[in-house]
Design a protein around this ligand. Structure first.
Ligand SMILES: [Zn+2]
Length: 407
C-alpha cells in the first residue's frame, strides 16, 4: 500500500478536494424512489442517515454530479395481480422522479444520454438518471422495454432476489428455473441493445451472468456488486466473472452494502436479528399495512445498530484495488445502493463521498485513475451502448429503405 509520502494533512485535503471537484462523479444505484413515493418525502430537503441517504442538498455537499435513481420492485409470485401492481409501482416511481426534477429545475436536470452529464455538470446542477431494478414490471411484454426507454429508463437490472421471467437470480434458494437467461430474457437483452439501454447483471445468478455476456452485443454493467474473492456472497462477482466483464468492455460498480464489502460476523446480535428480519420480509406481501410499517421500523432500528462495526471506505477501496490488479483501472466504479441497504461507517450517505476519494489519494491513485473510477468508466460503457444502438438503427433504416426501393 503506497501512501502519498510526506504531504501535510492540509495539503492532502486540498488535493482530495481538488481531484474530487474535477471528477465527473456518478453513482449507478440508489433505491431512493422507494422513499420518494411515500408521502412527506421531499428530495429538495436535507435528511439524515441512516433513515435517508440521498437528497439534492447532500448530493451537492458530497460533490456527486449524477445519480441513477432506480425504480425498484421486489419480486413476488408471478400472478396477473402482482404483475399489474409491479407495473403501477414502477410507473409511480418514474413519475415521481420526473416530477421531482420539474419541481427542482434550479437544482437538477433529467439526464438521458451519456454526454448529458458533462453539460449538466457545467450548469452546477445534479444529473438525475433513471434506472430500473428488476424486470418484473415488464410482465413478459417485450414492448414495455421501449415504453420504459421512452420514460427515460437507461438501465434495467434484469432480476432481483428471486428468479423471474428474464433470468435466474443469485439469491433464490430454489433450483434454477431457466438455467440462466430465458428465451424471453434473450429478447429483452436484444431489445435493450437495440434501444441503447444498459443491461445490468447485478442480482443475476452466475450462469445468468455468463449468458448475458454471451447474448449482449454491447458491454454491460454490474450497477451495484462487489468482489467475491474478498467477501464471499452470491451477490458479488468472482474473479472469473470480472475478467469476462472486462474482456467485453463492461464495468463493475462496487456496492457499499456491508455484507458485500466484508463478510459479517455471524455471532453478532445484529447479524442474527437481520437474518430474522430477512425471513419476515419474505412474507411482507401477506402483511397488513401496519405490520409492514412495524417491520420497516424494526429494519431501520437494526440497520442503525452498532454503526462502529460497519466496514469503512478502506474496506471498500480494497475491492477497487482488487479489480484494478485483476483487470486494470478501466473496469471499476461506484454503485452505493443507498436507501437499499448500502452505507459504510465513514460513508453513510452521498455527502460523505469525498471520503472514498481521500482513501484513493492516500493509496497513491492518480487523478486520471480516480476520474475513471468516479465516472469515466461508466460513461464509456454507456456511450458504447448508445453507439451500438445507433449502428443497429442505421442498419435497420437502410434495410427499410432498401425494401421500400424494391417495392
Ligand atoms: Zn439491489
Amino acid at each position: 500500500m503506497s501512501f502519498s509520502s510526506g504531504e501535510s494533512p492540509e495539503k492532502l485535503e486540498k488535493k482530495v478536494q481538488r481531484i474530487h471537484d474535477k471528477c465527473l462523479t456518478v453513482d449507478t444505484h440508489c433505491d431512493t424512489p422507494m422513499q420518494m413515493i411515500r408521502p412527506g418525502f421531499n428530495i429538495r430537503n436535507e435528511h439524515k442517515a441512516p433513515k435517508s441517504r440521498v437528497d439534492l442538498p447532500r448530493m451537492e455537499t458530497g460533490g456527486l454530479d449524477a445519480m441513477f435513481f432506480a425504480a425498484f420492485t421486489g419480486q413476488k409470485p408471478r400472478t396477473e395481480e402482482n404483475y399489474s401492481k409491479a407495473y403501477s409501482i414502477a410507473n409511480q416511481m418514474i413519475d415521481s422522479l420526473h416530477s421531482a426534477v420539474s419541481h427542482n429545475s434550479e437544482f437538477a436536470t433529467l439526464a438521458l444520454k451519456a454526454n448529458d452529464l458533462g453539460n449538466i455538470e457545467k450548469t452546477g446542477k445534479r444529473a438525475v438518471y433513471i434506472g430500473m431494478e428488476n424486470g418484473f414490471p415488464l410482465a413478459k411484454d417485450i414492448t414495455r422495454v421501449e415504453e420504459y426507454y421512452k420514460k427515460g429508463v437507461r438501465y434495467i437490472t434484469l432480476c432481483h432476489s428471486y428468479h423471474n421471467d428474464i433470468c435466474d437470480s443469485s439469491s433464490d434458494a430454489k433450483p434454477a428455473e431457466h438455467n440462466g437467461v430465458s428465451e424471453f430474457g434473450k429478447l429483452v437483452i436484444a431489445e435493450m441493445n437495440r434501444l441503447g439501454m444498459m443491461v445490468d447483471v447485478s442480482h443475476a445468478s452466475d450462469k445468468s451472468f455468463f449468458d448475458v455476456l454471451e447474448f449482449s452485443k454491447a458491454p454491460v454493467i454490474a450497477s451495484h456488486s462487489s468482489v467475491r474473492a474478498i467477501a464471499k456472497h452470491n451477490r458479488n462477482m468472482t474473479d472469473e466473472m470480472i475478467k469476462k466483464l472486462a474482456e467485453k468492455g463492461g464495468v463493475i460498480q462496487i456496492c457499499l452494502l456491508d455484507d458485500y464489502i466484508k463478510e459479517p460476523d455471524t455471532t453478532m446480535v445484529k447479524f442474527r436479528r437481520m437474518k430474522l428480519l430477512h425471513e419476515k420480509y419474505r412474507q411482507a406481501d401477506k402483511m397488513t399495512e401496519s405490520e409492514r410499517e412495524a417491520l420497516s421500523k424494526e429494519w431501520n432500528e437494526v440497520e442503525a445498530m452498532n454503526p462502529e462495526e460497519l466496514p469503512t471506505t478502506k474496506d471498500l477501496v480494497d475491492h477497487i484495488d482488487h479489480v484494478k490488479n485483476l483487470v486494470g483501472i478501466d473496469y471499476v466504479g461506484i454503485g452505493s445502493d443507498f436507501d437499499g441497504g448500502g452505507g459504510l461507517r465513514d460513508c453513510a450517505d452521498v455527502s460523505q463521498f469525498p471520503n472514498i476519494t481521500r482513501e484513493l489519494v492516500r493509496r497513491g491513485y492518480s487523478e486520471k485513475e480516480i476520474r475513471k473510477i468516479w465516472g469515466e468508466n461508466l460513461l464509456r460503457v454507456f456511450s458504447e451502448v448508445e453507439k451500438y444502438a445507433k449502428k443497429t438503427s442505421n442498419y435497420h433504416d437502410k434495410l427499410v429503405a432498401k425494401t421500400v426501393q424494391k417495392d
